[in-house]
Write a protein of this length. Sequence first.
Length: 314
Amino acid sequence: MVAGSETFRGALSDVRAFCAVVDHGTVTQAAEVLGETKGSISRRISRLERELGVTLLARTPRAVSPTVEGLAFHAKAQESLALLDGALETARDARTLPRGHLRVTTSIDFGIEVMPDLVASFRTRYPQISIDLLITDTRLDLAANRIDLALRLGSGEGQDGSYRAPVLTSLMIGLYAAPAYLAAREAPATLDDLARHDLILSRERLGAAPVRLQDGNGREGLVTARPAIRATDYATVLRLTRAGGGIGHIPSLVAARALKEGALVPVLPDWASRGGVLRAVSLAGRELPARVRLFRDHVRLGLAAMREEAGPAP
């Protein structure tokens, strides 16, 4: 028998052949069930016996029957094959059935302002799929953190073939303000008028912060102004803008809900900055599980609807 410290190195197909012979009583029946020849089944069993170092079948010219060792091995092998078949079925189902657990990571901006509606609507449609949403600006390693999908801005991942990173949408960053702010201050009519307003900008811009804008006719403008308020992320810029702190420079997708609610209005809507593309990053492989594909496609369609609600890009 195989020693307790040893690992079985034989072929599973040989184990299945042996079990089929025991289950059906003859090599002939086993060969018919497995779609092989009698000679092939006999060779499989002989190879398995050599691997194990024991005789599993007692052979006579008229019949074969399992030995004591063969019966013991058959009982354990059948149990193991049933577990393996169940695991294989689960793996196959993951490719086609919308169920299981999904781990997604994205930035603070998108995680706070964009993802809640998308995650909630996805769960309504696919209640069998549970979700972990990891919100952080740190680029987590997908494999080490068991992450199925990362929604990342302008990701360079995928260049070496270890990731797939299709584009979900392009981003535009517009100018927005709260109605109360514009009621107290005359709304700017040109880019030059922005110099007389309080600007709220993201990231750690020091001193005068140049903002490059484009309009629908391809013209470019550069606004250089010292921001009244700086924040490290667009989610905070959005909240400060909603509170009436000034004119915020915010991605249209992040501002979409506030626009729909009337909490913000566009300022100089013909002008906006290009913010790159948002990608759905996942580990490369033969095929994504159904839960990942469905969530990625749901996000793509949801973002398209949000962009439409936010209005046409310049």
